[in-house]
Design a protein around this ligand. Structure first.
Ligand SMILES: Cc1cc2nc3c(=O)[nH]c(=O)nc-3n(C[C@H](O)[C@H](O)[C@H](O)COP(=O)(O)OP(=O)(O)OC[C@H]3O[C@@H](n4cnc5c(N)ncnc54)[C@H](O)[C@@H]3O)c2cc1C
Length: 440
């Protein structure tokens, strides 16, 4: 890489999974002047589990961080879809062959392990961090300029860089600046869904053998009911059982605010799942009152563009999704990897070619990410069906799943064609294949 390219100043706003992966991928490509500005005083929200899909693992392997992340995680053997009310198994998918087909299985991990591994690797490889730094308005003309306010200080200061990446999540300020500049309305879209996220420790589960068996089992389990479901899997070497629910958003809708998380009420949670089977109720009841947190699940309509001049969006800032396909973070990771490949191929440091590289990134990524966002929404409609013909048909499809051969599955996260599209696509190879046509 030529020194003029190596020394391009690249600023990334947000140290979430998208921002950290982008930073790491860039320094691994040879960029030497990469900065991350993060609003929080330390790494952001890490208090939950995450399902890491094979397409995400492939990239993390390439970045040299997968082994330590996988060592702490649990690869899923079986995916079990159960009726919430009765606990009856509706379908069981054998996931072990995903390893042969796509390199890894779905792996349940702790977000803290993932984020800390990415952060440590960033620091080791020279990414610079500025925490407690909130970025506001962006000026996209020429070299991008943005204003930063450090926590505790009233005055903001201006920063300028050669390339600016907005990785600031679903509430992205940089996206808002972009849309304002383009005079485009594309506000946040309510999904009507909210989620409780709970982590039970082995100690909390140990007095109930049936509950403890979930932690020691080899399954990711999804209990489904009308308009609601619960997904759960072991993480952290089976010391923690991670539970994530989805239910109609009542609390946020009743008290609309700028925040997407709120202290939840255990009673409200138990009421929402009151008609689920005793095992599920006993499991939810183990969660300490003070640890119930509810998340609002918001998305927004596809944006007209992710790129303007030398600025690009990545991750939830440009394609926030319902979590039901387990691809939100995976797509943010793909963004970072692909962006770094096109930028590393720059023939010179001109604005014109930087913009060409960013446009190539958008071309390679936008349709794929938006297709998966739509698929996650479609999956949630199937999972949350009420009584009627459509549900009967869905349940017949679940019942037809043959153990050992994942086929058509109404829960898209386990559908064989969705696997081919999500896990079977190597976004890094695809980007490499496209480089030859980018800078002509
Ligand atoms: C309930 C739930 C379950 C999920 N499960 C999965 C799963 O199993 N698998 C999966 O792949 N995905 C999952 N996801 C999706 C995944 O969590 C997100 O897609 C992913 O974390 C997005 O990463 P990001 O870096 O783009 O955004 P974020 O993680 O939101 O990071 C944005 C960062 O930017 C910072 N920031 C924001 N504004 C500013 C500012 N103005 N200045 C400076 N910094 C700023 C924030 O503090 C934050 O650190 C789930 C999501 C939810 C809600």
């Amino acid at each position: 890489m030529k020194p003029a390219i190596q020394n391009l100043q690249i600023c990334i706003i947000g140290a979430g999974i998208g921002g950290l992966t982008t930073g790491l991928a860039l320094v691994k490509q040879g960029f030497q002047n990469v900065w991350v500005y993060e609003n929080a005083p330390a790494l952001g929200f890490v208090g939950a589990g995450i399902q890491m899909a094979p397409n995400m693992a492939r990239i993390l392997k390439g970045l040299g961080v997968w082994d330590e992340i996988a060592a702490d995680g649990i690869a899923t053997d079986y995916y079990s879809i159960r009726e919430g009310a009765s606990g009856k198994i509706m379908g069981l998918v054998d996931c072990r062959n995903l390893e042969t087909e796509y390199g890894t299985r779905q792996t349940g991990g702790h977000r803290a392990t993932l984020v800390n591994s990415l952060y440590d690797a960033c620091v080791r490889n020279g990414v610079q961090f500025s925490f407690s730094s909130t970025v506001d308005a962006v000026d996209f003309m020429g070299r991008p300029t943005f204003s930063v306010t450090n926590t505790g200080e009233e005055k903001s200061y201006q920063m300028q860089c050669d390339i600016l990446i907005g990785a600031d999540g679903v509430k992205s300020k940089t996206r808002q600046s972009l849309l304002k500049e383009l005079n485009v309305e594309a506000g946040v879209k309510e999904t009507g869904q909210a989620a409780y996220r709970i982590m039970l420790t082995r100690e909390q589960m140990q007095h109930d053998p049936a509950i403890l068996a979930l932690l020691d089992g080899d399954q990711t389990i999804r209990w489904i009911g009308e308009k609601r479901h619960i997904v759960a899997y072991p993480i952290s070497q089976r010391s923690i059982y991670n539970i994530s629910t989805t239910q109609p958003d009542v609390n946020f809708a009743a008290a609309a605010s700028a925040t997407y998380t709120t202290k939840g009420s255990k009673k409200a949670m138990m009421d929402v799942y009151g008609d689920f089977c005793p095992l599920v109720l006993r499991m939810l009841d183990l969660a300490p009152d003070e640890e119930i947190v509810e998340w609002k699940l918001n998305v927004h309509d596809p944006l007209p563009t992710w790129v303007l001049g030398s600025f690009a969006l990545v991750g939830d800032a440009c394609h926030p999704t319902l979590p039901h396909l387990g691809q939100g973070a995976a797509q943010a990771v793909e963004d970072g990897a692909v962006l770094s490949i096109f930028l590393a191929a720059l023939p010179d440091a001109s604005h014109e070619n930087i913009n060409k590289a960013l446009m190539a990134y958008q071309e390679a990524r936008k349709q794929r990410a938006e297709t998966l966002v739509a698929l996650a929404a479609e999956s949630s409609r199937e999972l949350h069906l009420g009584a009627g013909k459509a549900r009967e048909e869905r349940d017949r499809a679940f019942a037809a799943i043959k153990t050992g051969t994942p086929g058509k599955v109404p829960d898209k996260v386990m559908d064989i064609d969705v696997h081919k599209m999500t896990y079977g696509f190597d976004c890094m190879q695809d980007a490499q294949d496209k480089i030859a046509t980018v800078f002509i």
